[in-house]
Design a protein around this ligand. Structure first.
Ligand code: SIN
Length: 519
């Protein structure tokens, strides 16, 4: 069955919802949410949203910090746009009812995180993402022009390929007409047609074994655009958060916000040494690529699978009031953070690359936009500065919404020609367990060979292993009725392939991409 909207948004985190509120001024909006609208990576963001607010901070300092963290691979024009437009978008968030913590004098209580030269992280306790998501959902629910489809999963974006035309990779003439969307409850596939489509599906943390991302974050948007022959870049820059709680059976890994290090917590090894100082004079608050690699090295030296975060010297009241989520979570598993060391280990956290976009969030495919973690705007370079991602999402969601009235919209005739989803000849797959085995294999390959430290041999081995699973999965996909499990598996294989391929092509160690053969 066909459904037609003016604007289709795939993804319901900060990028998708913020864009929805802006786009709804121009027409009817459909939001596709893979699970319930609340279950997003945004909700997991504890630390906050970085933005220049007061002296002695300045745009220049934020710009330089972003470029230093990104090892200079950033697009300077984009960095300037995000930093300078950031404060206005923060006001937008406040105007829709988002709360950020304030000091007694009424000014914002600005936190500090790794790589920032000033305090500039607006936050709401240690649940900033939750607070932003709450405020956005509240607004979106009241907007009569916004229609929310929860438990709907995007299988493919629709292009001329579905009209029987052969398209060349990265051709500038590919057009997007919407997407095939699977209702995970009724098991029906709907054809969503739209004048423009926005990909806001987040990153791909679940291509790895341990990630701070929700389990449904499987690179869906990036994989769809790749299969539609759009441009994908910088996939080798996968950011591992240095401090996920070491609790091996837990999925996703629970984040211990960098803001805790900003408040004074220090990383220690098993000999109780403040080891980060051996690697960088900024110690535990050096940028994430440096800290994650330092932890990786220490774990390899000691043979242990975690290090510790020491917050015992921080005032107990401050721990409880500023970090209530972390305090409660650790207590739940028997760790009193005001008395005990917190065991931590790095976990896949954020993808700096993704779908290549311009300064209006346009992708290389016509009438297809991308924003948030799925997009590669050029802001992050080789390593994202902490808390820059929520800011990037709102700045580019706004820019995309300003741009949509300039795009050439399709005639009804074009939409009438789009075929419905065709699953003739497929069968219900009875071997679901094979899909979950393959998912685990992919995650193992990526973690073992394409993690924090890589080498030419490891990357080649990963590619060879992944190719085998790719062929098996494509055969299975073609023969099976659509399911979220098989689609997610295809997607993590596609993004895994892109990470490995682009890591092999990057012939230097820089930022988050560390190849020991090129060190
Ligand atoms: C954190 O709170 O440490 C994560 C925030 C981010 O990744 O920017």
């Amino acid at each position: 069955m066909k459904k037609q909207f003016d604007f289709l948004i795939i993804g319901s985190g900060i990028a998708g919802l913020f864009y929805a509120l802006k786009a709804s001024k121009y027409g009817k909006v459909a939001i596709i949410s893979k699970e319930d609208i609340y279950n997003t990576t945004t909700v997991k963001a504890q630390g906050g949203i970085a933005s220049v607010m007061y002296n002695p901070d300045s745009y220049d300092k934020h710009i330089e910090d972003t470029i230093n963290a990104g090892a200079g691979l950033n697009n300077r024009e984009v960095v300037e746009i995000v930093v300078k437009e950031g404060p206005t978008r923060i006001l937008d968030l406040i105007n829709i009812g988002t709360h950020f913590d304030k000091d007694e004098d009424g000014s914002f209580d600005l936190g500090k995180e790794g790589g920032h030269s000033e305090n500039r992280v607006l936050h709401f306790k240690d649940k900033t993402g939750q607070e932003i998501q709450r405020a956005l959902i509240h607004e979106v629910m009241q907007d009569p022009n916004i229609f929310i489809f929860e438990n709907h999963f995007a299988i493919e974006i629709i292009t001329q390929h579905h009209l029987g035309q052969t398209l060349k990779k990265s051709s500038p003439n590919i057009e997007c007409y919407g997407a095939y969307i699977f209702d995970t409850k009724s098991k029906e596939v709907f054809t969503f047609l739209s004048k423009t489509t926005m990909i806001a599906t987040g990153g791909c943390g679940n291509a790895y074994q341990n990630t701070t991302n929700p389990v449904g974050i499987t690179g869906d948007g990036i994989a769809m655009v790749y299969r539609a022959k759009g441009l994908i870049e910088n996939m080798e820059f996968v950011q591992f958060h240095p401090t996920a709680l070491y609790n091996p059976a837990e999925r996703p890994s629970f984040l211990i916000t960098e803001a805790l290090r900003g408040a004074g917590a220090i990383l220690k090894n098993h000999k109780n040494e403040d080891f980060c100082l051996k690697y960088d004079s900024r110690g535990s608050l050096a940028p994430r690529d440096i800290v994650a690699r330092a932890i990786d090295t220490e774990m390899k030296l000691s043979g242990e699978d975690h290090v510790y975060l020491d917050a015992r010297h921080i005032d107990k009241e401050k721990l409880i009031t500023h970090f209530p989520t972390i305090y409660a979570k650790c207590m739940e598993i028997g760790i009193n953070i005001s008395k005990d060391l917190i065991p931590v280990t790095p976990a896949a956290h954020y993808l700096c690359g993704g779908i290549k976009t311009d300064v209006h969030a346009r992708t290389s495919i016509k009438n297809l936009y991308a924003t948030g973690e799925a997009a590669s705007t050029g802001l992050h370079g080789a390593n994202r500065l902490a808390s820059n991602s929520l800011l990037e999402a709102v700045v580019f969601a706004h820019r995309a919404a300003e741009d949509i009235t300039d795009t050439q919209w399709y005639s009804q005739e074009v939409f009438n020609k789009i075929p419905e989803w065709n699953d003739e000849g497929t069968i219900k797959n009875e071997e679901l367990v094979l899909i979950s085995f393959s998912r685990k294999e992919v995650q193992q390959i990526m973690s073992n060979y394409v993690g924090i430290v890589r080498s030419d041999l490891r990357l080649q081995r990963a590619m060879d292993r992944l190719n085998v699973i790719f062929k098996e999965t494509e055969d299975l996909y073609k023969a099976s009725k659509v399911s979220v499990d098989i689609c997610e598996l295809r997607n993590i294989i596609n993004v895994g392939y892109l990470i490995i391929k682009q890591a092999k092509e990057r012939r230097e160690s820089i930022g988050l991409h560390y190849n020991s053969d090129l060190a």
